[in-house]
Design a binder for this molecule. Structure first.
Ligand code: 4NP
Length: 157
């Protein structure tokens, strides 16, 4: 049974904190409040910082509060602490798998693999784009998180 989930992107200030906040909110509503949830970045440039103001704004529009989240870099120890590690894009997945090494017991997957539409695998990095990109992140994350919650709830029977 999955008891802990870590969302991972590049900077941990846009996509993965969004996924963390959305999942926390929806997991609670689905009766999965006991799942331990966190997010991290493969890069360390933004360590200790709050999410990007544009992610905070896009989240607030849908009722998610990202303001208290703080960026951190993924560590070896995370593969022991978390049952499920979800990458926001294929580059993140590659980087995470390399860091985890071949003996890891954590499940390491793409978040968007939970979507029924298999064409889109990556949550596009919105950092250098405009506000629309941040809305797209929320749209994709909400859909994938809902699908993930169905799977996790089923596993509990
Ligand atoms: P994130 O977005 O990976 O969704 O947090 C990014 C944030 C910062 C940078 C790249 C992506 N950066 O290059 O600083």
């Amino acid at each position: 049974m999955i008891k802990s989930v870590l969302f991972v992107c590049l900077g941990n200030i846009c996509r993965s904190p969004t996924a963390e906040a959305v999942f926390r909110d929806r997991a609670c509503r689905a009766g999965l409040a006991d799942i331990f949830i966190d997010s991290a970045g493969t890069g360390g440039w933004h360590m200790g910082k709050a999410p990007d103001g544009r992610s905070i704004a896009a989240g607030a529009e849908r009722g998610y509060d990202l303001r208290d989240l703080r960026a951190r870099q993924i560590q070896q120890e995370d593969f022991r602490r978390f049952d499920l590690v979800l990458a926001m894009d294929r580059q993140n997945l590659k980087d995470i798998r390399r860091l985890a090494g071949p003996k890891t017991t954590a499940r390491i997957e793409l978040l968007l693999d939970y979507l029924p539409d298999t064409r889109q695998q990556d949550v596009p990095d919105p950092y250098y784009g405009d506000a629309d990109g941040f809305t797209e992140v929320i749209d994709l994350v909400e859909q994938a998180v809902d699908a993930l919650i169905v799977v996790l709830a089923q596993q509990r029977g």
